[in-house]
Write a protein that binds this ligand. Structure first.
Ligand code: AMP
Length: 563
């Protein structure tokens, strides 16, 4: 029955759920490991291996091993090809999810059927949709997609928010502003979050989902390859061979981990019959990756500046999450350049734990809502806030009794609210009559508070026009740009059904709606006729229905093998 929380990470994934005491527990599978490498080996046309086994194989069979698939989410063209079959990013991700589901089933004896899946805060609409599709492919009801920093903040705030009436007595501040610096394997997010008594609000989001620990590994691998080639001029460059490159990247990652604890390490590179022992120091590592760290600092600064515009004069704490934030250079740089004192907060598991707490919240809210509705104390479709407080109290009590959940846990679930903001701007391409060209007209702006419902009116270009072409775009860079080539096209479609008989310039209102999940819904309305119009996407960035059906079939034919 429990809604599970899943951290579908770039390099590692984890699944959690709340226990009988309301605390989130990470569920380990048969291997006993709490995290599973997000790696899939396509062993044959009908068999695959997920996790550690697949990761080990990366060296021996690199062509059939798919890693870092999260970086491909939202790229509908991308396919991983193995044994003559193409796998989209949601399809590969679904195999990872299925493996986590099996692990959870093994740990609890109960097969998860619904889940909250986390995504980087900076993920756009397409990446979020792709994540939902991965969940559905894995047979899960995806209750919500939740931003990773919110999940981390939930896990962190859990202790604070739990039993908050005593907070003031305990001498702790009742409100705390937190910067979450999340540097994972493939993505970076900086988020400023305010934790008040019963409210978690995201105030600003910045990030880059092509920046993470894997970039550090690449730089180190390049350095190792150069050193190896200098010592062995007759040998082939390991980077010119896919197995050699994979092995080198794995050695680079191992060295990076060691250099988080010690100042110097030796890396053995053996390739093409030659062998070198290359010594690497932490200072060298930091020098060759300085520009990567700098980029995270610049994004963090931009995030703090945005939060300042929203009235946050200073942050009270800095949470470091994501495995790469273990590199000592991260805390040192935040301390030195931004004068912030960071602390490492459960970097590998906070996100899965927070997702489990959020999943529980969603589930208990749903049960309380259903109870109120069956008793006629809440209108269909109305939010829980609309219920009278006495009714809500009684309903929480009934749900607590019926499901054997402590009352405080049910109350916490319905009382804690989570506010968030949108991570990108969204708009439509429209003719700018002054400039005489098509330009994005931005309807939704980055860091606008969710949920959003916003409209913009456009005039028809001629009398009796029955259709309008629309192109919905998403902001790509840091700032909104007026150049169409800077935006990513989400939907190219047509608004149809405009009745004839209207003059040029008759008003068509386009509405963008976005819920807490950050997924965009576009509708259109003809104002003079007072009727909704139909928006048909002729090309969209997501997979077509036919492709989804084909992939489902293909997924049904592959079996997981233990690695
Ligand atoms: P995550 O996506 O949060 O699981 O983070 C995985 C990333 O963290 C990978 O790039 C790892 O190489 C990196 N990582 C994990 N442990 C360490 C460590 N001790 N030092 C440096 N990087 C680490």
């Amino acid at each position: 029955m429990a809604v599970h929380g899943i951290d579908l990470g770039t390099t590692n994934s984890a699944i959690a759920r709340t226990g009988p005491d309301g605390r989130p527990q990470v569920l380990a599978g048969m291997s006993g490991e709490e995290t599973t490498p997000s790696v899939v080996l396509f062993a044959s046309a009908g068999e695959h291996v997920v996790g550690q086994g697949a990761r080990r194989e990366a060296r021996l069979d690199p062509e059939h091993v798919c890693a870092l698939v999260k970086r491909r989410m939202g790229d509908s063209e991308w396919r991983f090809v193995a044994h003559g079959k193409g796998w989209s990013a949601p399809a590969v991700s679904s195999l990872i999810l299925k493996s986590l589901v099996a692990d959870a089933g093994y740990a609890t004896g109960e097969q998860p059927t619904s889940a909250v899946i986390t995504v980087p805060a900076y993920f756009g609409d397409e990446e979020r949709r792709a994540t939902v599709l991965a969940g559905t492919y894995a047979g899960l009801d995806v209750v919500d997609v939740l931003s990773e920093p919110i999940a981390a903040a939930l896990a962190y705030g859990f202790g604070r928010l739990d039993g908050s009436p005593d907070l003031a007595k305990a001498g702790r501040p009742t409100s705390e502003t937190v910067l979450v610096y999340d540097l994972g394997g493939g993505t970076f997010d900086a988020t400023v979050i305010e934790l008040a008594d019963r409210r978690i609000s995201v105030l600003a989001v910045e990030g880059d989902h092509q920046l993470g620990g894997a970039d550090w590994d690449e730089r180190i691998a390049l350095h190792l390859a150069r050193a190896f080639c200098a010592e062995n001029p007759a040998a082939e460059d390991p980077l010119d061979d896919s197995a050699g490159a994979q092995a080198l990247v794995l050695s680079a990652e191992r060295a990076k981990h060691q250099l988080s604890d010690v100042d110097r390490t030796d890396v053995v590179v053996a390739h093409d019959g030659a062998r070198s022992t290359i010594s690497l120091t932490r200072t060298e590592l930091e020098d060759m990756t300085a520009s990567l760290l700098r980029r995270t600092l610049d994004l963090t600064r931009a995030c703090l500046a945005e939060a300042a515009r929203r009235g946050v004069a200073k942050v009270d704490s800095v949470l470091l999450v994501g495995g790469s934030s273990r590199m000592p250079a991260v805390a040192a740089a935040l301390q030195k350049e931004l004068d912030l004192e960071p602390r490492l907060h459960d970097p590998d598991l906070a996100v899965a734990r927070g997702a489990a707490l959020y999943g529980e919240k969603k589930e208990l809210e749903r049960m309380v809502g259903a109870d109120l509705r069956t008793r006629g104390r809440l209108r269909d479709g109305a939010p829980l806030e609309d219920a009278a407080s006495g009714d809500l109290d009684e309903s929480c009590r009934r749900v607590a009794d019926a499901y054997g959940v402590p009352l405080i846990q049910v109350r916490r679930a319905v009382e804690i609210t989570v506010d968030t903001v949108v991570s990108r701007g969204f708009g439509v391409l429209a003719v700018n009559s002054m400039a005489g060209r098509l330009e994005p007209a931005w309807l939704v702006h980055r860091n606008d508070r969710l949920p959003i419902r916003t409209s913009r009116s456009f005039g028809t270009m001629r009398a009796d026009q029955t259709e309008i072409e629309v192109t919905v775009v998403e902001q790509q860079g840091q700032a909104e740009s007026s150049r169409p080539e800077d935006a990513k096209i989400l939907i190219v479609g047509e608004i149809t059904g405009i009745p004839p008989g209207y003059d040029e310039g008759s008003e068509v209102r386009v509405t963008f709606q976005m819920g807490f999940d950050g997924v965009l819904h576009v509708t259109a309305f003809h104002v003079d006729a007072g009727i909704p119009l139909t928006l048909t996407a002729t090309t969209g960035a997501t997979l077509s229905q036919a492709e989804v059906a084909r992939e489902r079939d293909q997924l049904g034919r592959t079996r997981r093998r233990d690695g």
